[in-house]
Design a protein around this ligand. Structure first.
Ligand code: PAF
Length: 276
């Protein structure tokens, strides 16, 4: 596995691979990331991953400073998973002095995470566009866990005619249902237990839907109960159209994206499912 820190090193290595799958990450890898590496390896001649905690997608009150980092462990995991190339740049490599470009995407960035984290998706879109330009992957792999991010990246690729196929893999969960996330490491044992409220909320709304309920408000109310039961506050509880991410009154033929973000102490947990 080749580890590159500069754009020139990646550019020199790229012609070695007929097709290249890219797994962009901020490191502190877990089984969810490794499932993306496996999916990429199954479909491409080679697989690259990026390790870069992108400062521009964190707001002033977000957790950039304390975001967990474990570079050597991540490199070992990527090597064991069969990754061929890793791009792990310094902040100055990605954002040298004089950097002034920002990609703003409308519509799909307005609700959900976008309503609580202003500027977050401009940071994501800008860094993902840079990573695509640097690595020039055939396909890029993302987890359904960050459902709005996936929608934003699909739009980025479509609107800017980027020659990359975006592949989305299912959320990987712990045995009890908690969605895997690098931020789970922040949770105290009690918060880890409370974190299951997100999966309970999604599961109870799905059960109602499967029983024939189509009122988005009744599903939202069902999702609110497990969150209230642990005494937490949700940043949002959403039943949205799966493509436009606009809030729904009634779930129609296109189905819905059910999602929520809940604060447990200083940690925000996100989760979602798609219906049907
Ligand atoms: O999902 C993430 O880890 C990040 O948002 C990404 C896509 C690597 C961009 O920094």
């Amino acid at each position: 596995m080749q580890v590159c820190a500069t754009v020139a090193e990646v550019r020199a290595a790229r012609p070695n691979f007929a097709t290249l799958g890219l797994v962009p990450t901020m490191g502190f890898l877990h089984e969810g990331h490794l499932s993306l590496v496996r999916a990429s390896r199954a479909a491409n001649a080679a697989t690259a991953a990026t390790l870069f905690v992108n400062p521009t997608q964190f707001g002033p009150n977000d957790d950039f400073g304390r975001y967990p980092r474990a570079r050597e462990r991540d490199l070992d995991l990527l090597s064991a998973a069969g990754c061929d190339l890793v791009f792990a740049p310094e902040v100055e490599t990605m954002y040298p002095s004089g950097f002034e470009t920002r990609i703003e995407i409308g519509g799909v960035t307005e609700g959900l995470e976008g309503s609580v984290r202003p500027g977050h998706f401009a940071g994501v879109a800008t860094v993902v566009a840079k990573l695509f330009n640097i690595v020039q992957p055939t396909r890029a792999y993302f987890g359904q866990k960050d459902a709005q991010q996936v929608t934003v990246i699909r739009k980025l690729v479509r609107d800017l005619d980027m020659p990359v196929e975006v592949v989305v893999q299912p959320t990987v969960r712990e045995a009890d249902g908690l969605a895997m996330s690098s931020r789970n490491t922040y949770l105290t044992p009690e918060q880890r237990r409370d974190g299951l409220a997100l999966w309970r909320a999604l599961s109870s709304a799905r059960a109602l839907y499967e029983g024939g309920e189509r009122s988005a408000d009744r599903l939202r109310a069902a999702m609110a109960q497990p969150v209230a039961a642990i005494g937490a506050t949700a940043d949002y509880i959403s039943i949205a159209h799966p493509l436009t991410l606009r809030e729904l009154d009634v779930i129609g033929e296109d189905g819905a994206l059910l999602s929520l973000a809940v604060r447990l102490g200083t940690t925000r947990l996100l989760d979602n499912i798609l219906l049907p």
